[in-house]
Design a binder for this molecule. Structure first.
Ligand code: ADP
Ligand code: MG
Length: 529
């Protein structure tokens, strides 16, 4: 089946080329005789073959999209327990009750977001099926990270839904009005011919019963008028500028506009609390006592297992009514996850049998991160494709592992503050001159001179020691504390990232890049020994 797809794509691509060249010819026939017209014609007929070689090698991928982070899988192996727990709690919403608030914990890549989105889709579609008013709103707090933005985004989403609902209601009422009018005139001329049957029987039924309920055109008009007034009154929240109180009450009114249960999913909730405190959560968690028509339930998702330590105790107990933990995947589970995706992502026989186990093993070391496992598999595929190999093999996975690791290091180093960059550069200079087990004093000597050279503030040795600890935590250096007997303790460190690439990233910083000749700074180490 998939093979047919590829064929038809190739065909349509051919068609497009044919069309283009006809168009080019047409143009040259009708338009003025500019030179580039004929050039254009020639080049579209006879390419230099830039893409031909690349196209002719059998592609490894069938569908690369399914390996990208943006893809939401329909199946989530090894997350049944967690998904069922969520569903068991949220099913109350479908019965018109308020579900307990839920807090979900787990390290990155353990499937929290994917599972939450899956459950929310199921919840919404079931609520439509049984026609119970239940809505889910998902917010990623890493992007939407202040109280204002969270409330504004929620308010505007509910406003949008309310508007759509009002508009469709007005539409229905207009039909009811027509029906009432026609029955009135029917009665007058005494010809009980029913109006033409409507597209949908259910709709028709609804209109008929509404027509009985309203009973006069005037009553319908009054209702339409009041709904139109509601529409006019609705004011979406601007991205900035309102006092928070006003944003909150707009959100509150929008939620309470009609009866429903609302589930608010706050993904990366720890980022919100870290950046803006727990006011948002406090306000949301006490809303139910004031809402009259609707009820809300909060589902918070956190990568940080200890983030509730920073919460107001009231918020903590309200938010954590139910807790669900997403444990890291082990290598076997990661294999299953990868296998499911690989079946869709790659042509059959495109992988050697050791590729998936190796990706799984690498990612299992990386705290069981499924995102990392998928990245590895995709990158390995891309590297194989790029080298025009027919198969993805173990070496491609190892190259992919190095590439991803290097990309991470480059990104971390690139975004370090200048002072940390100078400290790191000092360590690199020492290593390049053959110094191992570098101690803090040695780093500090070189650091000082580098700072003077580029006119940066010189921090105390204590602060520099702190910056070294940070580099250690980021995995850029490996530092151990060693005792020097009665001379106290010092740190000894080695670089734990590739030296040339790291140096290149540092030198791409305009301030560090200005230092021409670094040898004198390294000499300083020996001067001070
Ligand atoms: P988290 O939110 O916990 O950081 P995600 O839900 O974003 O993790 O998952 C990371 C990646 O791994 C996503 O691409 C997701 O589709 C995939 N993934 C995670 N768990 C599973 C699973 N059980 N089955 C299939 N894919 C999964
Ligand atoms: Mg997530």
């Amino acid at each position: 089946m998939t093979k047919d797809n590829t064929d038809s794509e190739t065909e349509s691509a051919d068609d497009a080329t044919a069309d283009d060249s006809t168009a080019a010819r047409d143009r040259s026939a009708t338009s003025t005789n500019l030179d580039f017209d004929s050039m254009f014609e020639e080049s579209s007929d006879e390419s230099q073959g830039l893409f031909d070689d690349l196209l002719s090698s059998e592609p490894i991928f069938e569908n690369k999209e399914v390996l990208r982070p943006s893809y939401t899988p329909h199946e989530l192996p090894h997350r049944n327990d967690q998904i069922n727990q969520m569903a068991t709690i949220l099913v109350s919403a479908l019965r018109g009750d308020t579900p307990s608030n839920i807090l979900i914990y787990g390290k990155t890549g353990t499937g929290k977001t994917a599972s939450a989105k899956f459950v929310s889709q199921e919840l919404e579609s079931t609520s439509q099926k049984y026609d119970v008013p239940c809505e889910v709103e998902y917010i990623n707090c890493e992007v939407t990270d202040t109280q204002y933005r969270v409330l504004a985004q929620l308010a505007n989403k509910f406003i949008e839904k309310n508007e759509a609902r009002i508009e469709s209601k007005i539409e229905t009422l207009n039909e009811v009005r027509e029906r009432l009018q026609s029955t009135e005139s029917d009665e007058l001329i005494d010809a009980a011919e029913p109006t033409a049957p409507n597209a949908d029987d259910a709709d028709d039924e609804e209109i008929r019963s509404l027509a009985e309920e309203y009973d006069s055109v005037e009553a319908v008009d009054a209702e339409i008028e009041s709904l139109t007034a509601d529409l006019d009154e609705i004011d979406p929240v601007p991205m900035t500028g309102w006092p928070t109180d006003r944003v909150y009450s707009t959100f509150f009114d929008a939620v309470d506009y009609h009866e429903r249960v609302v589930v608010i999913m706050l993904d990366e909730i720890d980022k919100l609390v870290e950046k803006s405190g727990d006011d948002t959560l406090y306000n949301l968690s006490r809303m139910n006592s004031e809402l009259t028509n609707s009820r809300i339930s909060i589902m918070g998702i956190s990568n940080d297992l200890k983030f509730t330590d920073f919460l107001d105790p009231r918020v903590k107990s309200s938010l954590g009514e139910e807790e669900i933990v997403f444990p890291p995947y082990d290598a076997t589970q990661l294999r299953d996850i990868l296998q499911h995706r690989a079946d869709v992502a790659f042509k059959s026989e495109a992988l050697t049998s050791d590729v998936i186990p190796l990706c799984a093993a690498f990612a299992a070391q990386e705290h069981g991160d499924a995102r990392r496992a998928l990245d590895l598999l995709r990158t390995a595929g891309e590297l194989a494709e790029r080298s025009q190999a027919d198969l993805i093999e173990e070496t491609h996975v190892r190259q992919a592992q190095d590439k991803i690791e290097l990309d991470r290091v480059v990104e971390v180093v690139r975004t370090l503050p200048t002072q940390s960059k100078i400290v790191l550069f000092s360590i690199i200079l020492l290593e390049k001159n053959g110094v191992h087990n570098i101690n803090t004093g040695e780093v500090f000597n070189i650091y000082k001179r580098l700072c003077e050279e580029i006119d940066a503030d010189v921090l105390t040795q204590r602060r520099v020691t702190d910056l070294i600890s940070e580099l250690d935590m980021l995995g850029i250096v490996n530092a151990v504390v060693v005792s020097k007997g009665r001379y106290g303790r010092t740190k000894e460190m080695n670089l734990s990232v590739p030296i040339d690439e790291t140096e290149a990233v540092l030198l791409s910083d305009s301030r560090l890049g200005d230092i021409d000749n670094v040898q004198p700074f390294v000499q300083a180490r020996f001067d001070n020994d």
